[in-house]
Write a protein that binds this ligand. Structure first.
Ligand SMILES: Cc1ncc(COP(=O)(O)O)c(C=O)c1O
Length: 324
């Protein structure tokens, strides 16, 4: 039974998202794609999942606005502004970096969000969000503060739910979940933390590999473990034991990857999926490596990132379509 069922949700996405074999990419049928690029809400991708729980929590607490933030290219920030608009909440987005442009910020503005400079580095934007929420409270507002990426115990419920969802789908495909490897890109850590909480609640010890793109893995490991425990506590379920997931460190590699369109090109020309250089390509590379080494079923979580994927199309000549 799904451990998130007692928590309120504000419906945004279309679930379950498809899980299918990537037959045009790997004929042996053991590479699977979990299509969170198809959650169907805005440009949210995987972030529709935490937003359903976060918006419901904000409404249940009687808040009248949300305050969030992140880098200018934050998919979460744009999707959060869109979700808040639909939920009837005002939204303020604090941007660590140039707030002038980027598709997610354009989306936030189109959803009536107030987009302001955070005047700090992305690594400490969560503190700025808290400070701004307190300031707004002293002015009589009822703000709901959401750290970047929606990385709270409530936000993590989204991927706790996703763990139950993909397990059911693997069962339906007659794939033993305990033999599967799940590959997830990791930014704020909300998705991986929730996934581990959901896995522990099911008592499922599958191999989970996080591809950490923004923080060094040592730092990320502790953060995910803490968040995962908080999510388990919220669900009233058993917590994941330490060491139940592994992290591959890809922090700081996105610039290097911009010149290398190999994985993006392959996915585009076989499965018709557009990968972004920040999350999609590193996760793809790790999944392909794992798949090549042990031949067990690998589930690559395709999380979305369409705005950056479209930008990436213009980056490298090597991406021009062509059949070898
Ligand atoms: C497209 C995409 N994939 C993966 C992630 C990483 O998810 P998380 O922040 O939950 O680690 C994000 C985060 O915003 C994202 O936008």
């Amino acid at each position: 039974m799904n451990a998130t069922r007692h928590h309120p949700r504000f419906s945004l996405g279309l679930f379950p998202t498809p899980l299918h074999r990537a037959m045009r990419l790997r004929e042996d049928a053991s590479l699977l794609l979990k299509r969170d690029d198809l959650t169907g809400f805005s440009l949210a991708g995987n972030k529709a999942r935490p937003l359903e729980f976060l918006m419901a929590d904000a409404l249940a607490r009687g808040c009248d606005m949300v305050v969030t933030g992140g880098a200018p290219a934050s998919n979460f920030a744009g999707a959060c502004a869109h979700a808040a608009f639909i939920a009837g909440l005002d939204c303020e987005v604090l941007v660590a970096g140039d707030p002038a442009s980027s598709t997610p910020l354009q989306l936030a503005r189109a959803c009536d969000a107030s987009v302001r400079p955070a005047e700090c580095d992305r690594s400490v934007v969560d503190d700025a969000i808290e400070r701004r929420a307190s300031e707004l409270e002293s002015q009589g507002r009822r703000p709901y503060a959401i750290p970047r990426g929606g990385a709270t115990a409530v936000g993590a419920l989204g991927f706790a739910d996703a763990a139950f969802e993909v397990r059911r789908q693997l069962d339906d495909l007659a794939i033993d979940p305990s033999r599967a490897t799940i590959v997830l890109p990791v930014g704020s850590g909300a998705s991986l933390a929730g996934f581990m909480a959901g896995s522990a609640a099911m008592g499922l010890d599958w191999r989970v590999v996080g591809v950490s793109v923004s923080r060094p893995s040592v730092q990320m490991e502790a953060h995910v473990a803490t968040l995962s425990m908080a999510c388990s506590a919220l669900m009233g379920t058993i917590s994941a034991a330490s060491g139940t997931f592994t992290l591959v460190d890809c922090a700081g590699e996105s610039d290097v990857l911009e010149g290398d369109g190999g994985g993006a090109r392959l996915m585009r020309e076989t499965e018709g999926i557009l990968l972004d250089s920040h999350y999609g390509i590193p996760a793809f590379d790790v999944a392909m490596e794992l798949h090549a080494t042990d031949r067990e079923p690998v589930v690559l979580w395709q999380t979305g990132g369409l705005p950056a994927a479209i930008e990436f199309l213009g980056v490298s000549d090597s991406l021009v379509m062509g059949r070898q």
